[in-house]
Design a protein around this ligand. Sequence first.
Ligand code: ZN
Length: 350
Amino acid sequence: MMRHGLHSHYVLSACEVAYSAYKNSRAGTTPRVRRAFLKLDNQTYQLNRLLLRIPIAPRRFIFLVLQGAAYQVSYIEDPSLKRGSVTITENTVSLAFTRQTPVFEPTGSMGIDVNERNVTVSGTDGSSSRFIEPGEVADIKVRYREIRAKIASGSRQDNRIAKRLFARYGRREKNRTRQRLHKMTKQIVNHAKENDLGVKMEKLTGIRRLYRRHNGQSASFRGRMNTWMFGEIQRQIEYKSKWEGIPCWFVNPRGTSRNCPDCGSRVAPLPERKLYCAKCDITWDRDVLASRNIMACAVPQARPSRGSYEGERGDDGSNPGADGGKQARRLTAIVKSAEPNSASECQRRK
Ligand SMILES: [Zn+2]
């Protein structure tokens, strides 16, 4: 790159990206970067409202006019946010922000059970709610999968049309699914914030989730979809709660649907995802029971001096508020750039 006269920052950034691709690749496979992108740390670029200036060589810059809605602009113009790195792909620019958010001490907690077709939430405030968005997203994904199969079989002759259709449906699918999950996770995090609740989720190992009931679609498709969905839902809840200063813990998933949350005795399975506690004579919904148990899981105390951490369920949630002070949070706002060719290259002399 130096040979090509590019800015030396790019050498460092390329090394970093290559290293993380290597680290994330499975043993025995060749590390791959699927799409070309550019990553710049906050020392390298300049952002003035929606005008982004990136260096390509000493004293030579590219200016990109970003397209952002009020939402993105509100992040860019918020003086309390610190700007992090910027990542540029063919048609998107994402900016990372950090902010200092004091982690509050929750007065209660909220257990979140993420399932194949729903997310069930129980809080120590007595609230309990079920969100059915994962099921809707799964259905949308199945529908789009069928559409793609039709496109593939119907347009063998014309590759260009198929490509365009694939891209269009791919975009639509992504918008519809992401948006739905974002709306749901925002609602969950808002409830936690308004009621002073810390957030607890299961630390997912993947295996247990992958081999649940399959009905219809191929196991591998469902497996892939589930892993994606669980990961995406937890990722969104985690970063949104951290952004708000809500402590977020991951607890050991073992036994979360085995015992009665009220009396602790073993429950017996009934049909249709129901569980029965003989001692309390209560029939539980499996997901409500799991979320109640997750909610009750012990987590490390925010301040070690206030008592030792009891790992009675073998919990190993990390402690987000260990230092009790202010912490930097990260959020990425996606800002689509204008037409790629509207990027103007300018030369500036000192
Ligand atoms: Zn019971």
